[in-house]
Design a protein around this ligand. Sequence first.
Ligand SMILES: [Fe+2]
Ligand SMILES: [Fe+2]
Ligand SMILES: [Fe+2]
Length: 425
Amino acid sequence: MNISDLQVKLLDLVLPLARTVDMMSPALADHHLDVAYLALRIGEKSGLPDTDLQTLVVAGMLHDIGAFSLEERLDILEFEYRKPDAHCRAGYELLRHFEPFAEAARIIRYHHIPWDNEAGRKLDDATVPLASHIVHLADRIAVLIPKNVDVLGKVSEICERIKQQRGMRFHPELVDAALSLARQDSIWMDIVSRSVERPLTACLTTSQHTATLDELLAFGELVCRLIDFRSPFTATHTSGLAATAEALGERIGFHENGRKLLRLAAYLHDLGKLAVPLEILEKPGQFTDGEWHTMRSHVYYTFHALAALPELDQLTSWSALHQERLDGTGYPFGYTAEHLPLGARVLAVADVFVGITEDRPYRKGMPEDKARSVLADMVAKHKLDPDVVRVLFDDFEAVNSIRAQAQESARQAFEAFREDLAKPA
Ligand SMILES: [Fe+2]
Ligand SMILES: [Fe+2]
Ligand SMILES: [Fe+2]
């Protein structure tokens, strides 16, 4: 397998991520994309160089990624929100370890700091980047834009609200740039007609090279953190799956790149969970039908996000088919065996295995004999691939300890993340 077949640029992957996060509720519309677009236009008007614009767009696309619950997401969509700081810090802590996004993380850290007559140039001893003030202004304009009504008829009202806060909440020169942009109908029409993706993609892909597999893996680790660290219920799941899938791949005889691709497919397999509100992820009791449908739809959203990049076809067919079953009873497509590639079968086995053996806050993982019998039963019912399960059974203890170790180090990283957030701002 030749990894150059993927032919994808790293920043191409940010857009599907942003889109997924906004699928949590129709009320969120395309908030992340709208903010990124407005930030881009204000940044251009203010004369920012291309590389800074790219970082600004990444920050705009991910600025609220640290708001985990639907309640928090809806709160910060109000012009007068209640508590903006927590999601800024969480977003920063999640993103800052991925070197290519370190600067975007800093922008996100400060994206609700008011200008406050220049006091907002700094917070404590740190300099607040100008780009944070751009995201802040773009964000507040975005929440004032009405969807589904005559947007052009609302422009003067929006401008008035922004002007009232010139120099207070917002950087005065950025307000001037925004007010001058506001005269272009196209800015508003791009947003309400959902046409912001093309300019964003054009900005992101400028002078980008095709990502190497190792760069994609580092990005995958970031996505793994974004998905898992929302909740103690999910905190180590993806890390356990990635290690297990790779271990199985090695025993089946996948070559190095194939094993890395398995790991990457595992990192991305629950991408669609970013669209599942925390309120459902952490529900202690039984799901209602509606909640179960939302939960189940996460695999479709994983597919939807990855399928936007045809270069990732093979990866998508491994990653997004992990809930399919050989007998056609899985979801979201109900595919049968002939449509399920080996990579997808490995992920399906690994996902069931990790799901039943991992400890969760409300229950302990299954011991070996019980886990073996669950998996054997699924093979007997023609749900899981018998060869993949046999490989797992042949070396159960070793694979299980690889899983447990990966989950233990993820747990430590999760605790460090929580401790950082608990420190006073
Ligand atoms: Fe925000
Ligand atoms: Fe926002
Ligand atoms: Fe999973």
